[in-house]
Design a protein around this ligand. Structure first.
Ligand code: FRU
Length: 681
């Protein structure tokens, strides 16, 4: 049916089918090594499969790990494997997804630390790399994959079992999509923590996550000042509103896995649109009809109906599990306390004609043109995205007013998450599309007469790859605030290694620029995140490179004096070490600003561009917010570039300017450490 179903729904369905398969019993314990710990090897034999076969490893069950599983493949459909050396254990290579089996390493003495590269399917019960004690078969630590083939390094503290006879076991008991797991480059002792280049691996993996507390600081990839789910998955922001003084943020959420699944609405609120307090899940889908039933509560919006918090959302019914049902209808639910909601009431039971591509994501607003409630709903038909409009006097009975706006066929076939609002004397329409495999957050600026929107100009809201499903609201101060899912449907989600995925962008204030574009800047309260003194550099000439400072949750505000800059290209390296960096480049001649994650670490390698216009005095202001796995760049003229980036190494936290030939004149650069946005009460 719709675009998003293809990649993630099928995979999730497969995972849920697999969930009904009983687990086989663990392997029997091995006999203790008679010679005692002194005689034990210090690590597994053939730890990176560099012999080109399974020498030192034993197939203990099934066919998943025949000799054909040792692979020399360097790339898969999504890019490079990022394995080490010439070979790796690709769980798919021998017998595909449907084969199951187990593979055991040779016995070795548990070191103080052990690390390895893992990838393949996510399923903590059926797909594992496990550390097993020989004496009693105890499974001391386990790690699953990430639903991607690109390897990530997991580091384990194995001190509690130091010296004991252990082995690794690779377990594949999953069939269907992502029914395989991959392993490479097992390292022990100092080499487990430090790479051959001398840099220290970040400590990733589910064994390193705090379970008793919602401690966001322990996870090196978890943004500190962005909203993230403590566990599970989030995508679109929903139901944005300032209600009874507090900013409300709901999110599309699946608590059961760091992957898309039956959608819930997670809920958080905030006094300032920057610091977030987690609240109970607000909307919960019906009990699934079976393990493959992905029915859930899709995206929607909120209004204040005379003191009652009222949300409208898409009730998605998975027709594979419920044949004959209408897949997408609109429901309303209400809350008088802001946290508990009534169950939904259906208010639109059928999409209007011309909705073949979908009918979802209702956005409610009070229309200043005629004073009535309006609802914009995303749709598409015959290769063109569109938005339907409805009108109501009571939010319950809705009349179809026709097509609010429609694309010309060049801007996506289905417009998701539409949002129409007045701004600075014009009207703005936000919508999200998927075009040729690329997710885009589009906007149009134009006029609106109470039933039709007429676009005068079109644009991309953020030139980066990780802004999608944006939603806005007018806050009590009259500002038009917006946030968006800081990822997209095509993104790699390395944080699955730690049990969660998805983040919401910083709240941004929208405005129209002098030349009529939709501009944005971080909300002013981001200033209150400062957690220590700033470092400031003023009136400096940079030739070669200049480090401003370090930090994995920092803000850099800088003004470049382009009139006194002779370098053609100015480069700002973020999350930088000798081995990797997220690179921001400004090309003076063209005004092109590029954010480059091709050598940023794990995650999606890409280059993203926007255009930055210097101010009349020849200066270019940049406001750069670096969080543990994100970078948001705002230019002085309201353009933005947002991307996720996941450094491999602890040392990758420098913020430094470099120039090729020529000089950069830095008017100012202020680096401020930022603290956590989590409110605990
Ligand atoms: C946008 C979207 C929406 C849908 C939701 C499902 O990212 O595909 O159209 O309501 O996500 O989670």
């Amino acid at each position: 049916m719709s675009r998003w179903k293809a990649p993630h729904t099928t995979l999730l369905a497969a995972a849920l089918v697999a969930a009904s398969i009983p687990l086989t019993a663990p392997l029997p314990a091995r006999a203790a090594t008679p010679a005692g710990p002194a005689a034990l090897a210090s690590g597994p034999a053939n730890p990176g499969f560099e012999t080109g076969d399974l020498t030192g490893w034993t197939v203990t069950e099934g066919t998943a790990f025949g000799p054909g599983a040792v692979s020399t493949a360097t790339t898969y459909w999504g890019g490079p494997f990022h394995h080490r050396g010439g070979h790796h254990l690709w769980g798919y290579a021998a017998a595909g997804d449907d084969a199951t089996g187990t593979l055991a390493s040779s016995t070795f003495a548990a070191p103080t630390r052990l690390s390895f590269l893992v990838s393949g399917g996510w399923d903590p019960e059926r797909l594992q790399v496990a550390l097993v004690r020989d004496a009693d078969g105890a499974r001391l630590l386990t790690q699953t994959g990430i639903d991607d083939e690109a390897y990530l390094r997991v580091v384990w503290d194995t001190t509690p079992w130091r010296g004991q006879a252990v082995h690794l076991e690779v377990v594949d008991r999953k069939t269907g999509g992502w029914g395989h797991i991959n392993l490479d480059d097992v390292r022990v002792g100092d080499a487990a923590a430090r790479d051959d280049n001398g840099l220290t691996f970040r400590t990733l993996g589910q064994a390193n996550q705090p379970t008793a507390t919602r401690d966001h600081t322990a996870d090196p990839l978890r943004p500190q000042f962005h909203y993230t789910p403590y566990q599970g998955w989030i995508n679109d922001p929903n139901g944005l509103i300032q209600w009874r003084g507090r900013h409300q943020l709901f999110s599309q959420h699946y608590p059961g896995a760091p992957k898309w699944g039956p959608m819930h609405w997670a809920h958080a609120d905030s006094p300032d649109a920057v610091h977030w307090r987690e609240l109970p899940v607000a909307l919960t889908p019906p009990v699934p009809a079976g393990p493959a039933d992905n029915s859930g509560i899709f995206s929607g919006s909120a209004v204040d109906d005379d003191g009652t918090l009222t949300v409208a959302y898409t009730r998605f019914t998975d027709t594979a599990a419920h044949p004959g049902a209408t897949p997408e209808t609109v429901e309303i639910a209400t809350s008088t306390d802001g946290t508990t909601f009534t169950s939904g009431t259906e208010v639109i039971s059928q999409p209007p004609p011309g909705s073949a591509a979908g009918f979802r994501d209702p956005k409610l607003f009070r229309d200043p043109v005629d004073g009535r409630w309006k609802m914009a709903v995303g749709s598409g038909d015959a290769g063109r995205g569109k938005v339907h409009l409805y009108a109501s006097d009571d939010l319950r009975t809705w009349t179809y007013s026709g097509v609010l706006a429609e694309g010309d066929g060049t801007t996506g076939t289905m417009w998701e998450c539409p949002d129409l609002f007045p701004l600075d004397g014009k009207w703005v329409l936000l919508y999200s599309t998927n075009e040729g495999g690329q997710s885009l957050q589009r906007y149009a600026v134009g006029t609106y007469d109470g039933s039709r929107f007429t676009a005068e100009r079109h644009g991309i809201l953020d030139g980066g790859g990780d802004i999608y499903a944006a939603q806005s609201y007018r806050d009590d101060a009259g500002r038009r605030l917006m946030t968006a899912w800081m990822s997209d449907w095509n993104a790699k989600e390395p944080t699955r290694i730690d049990g969660w995925a998805g983040a919401q962008a910083l709240h941004r204030e929208l405005f129209l620029t002098a030349d009529g574009r939709l501009g944005q800047r971080p909300v002013a309260a981001v200033d209150t995140l400062a957690s220590g003194p700033s470092t400031t550099v003023e009136d400096k000439t940079v030739q070669g490179s200049r480090r401003i400072g370090r930090g994995d949750a920092v803000r850099l505000r800088t003004v470049l004096d382009l009139t006194r800059t002779t370098a053609d290209t100015v480069t700002l390296r973020l999350k930088a070490s000798a081995a990797e960096a997220t690179v921001l480049r400004y090309e003076k001649a063209t005004g092109t600003l590029t954010l480059d994650t091709t050598n940023a670490g794990y995650g999606t390698p890409a280059t993203y561009t926007t255009h930055a216009v210097p101010a009349a005095d020849g200066t270019l202001a940049l406001d750069v917010l670096v969080d543990r796995s994100s970078v948001e760049v705002f230019t002085g003229d309201g353009a933005a570039l947002t991307a996720r980036a996941y450094p491999r190494y602890r040392e990758s936290d420098a913020v430094e300017f470099t120039t090729g030939s020529g000089r950069l004149r830095l008017k100012s650069a202020t680096l401020t450490p930022l603290g956590s946005s989590v409110l605990t009460d």
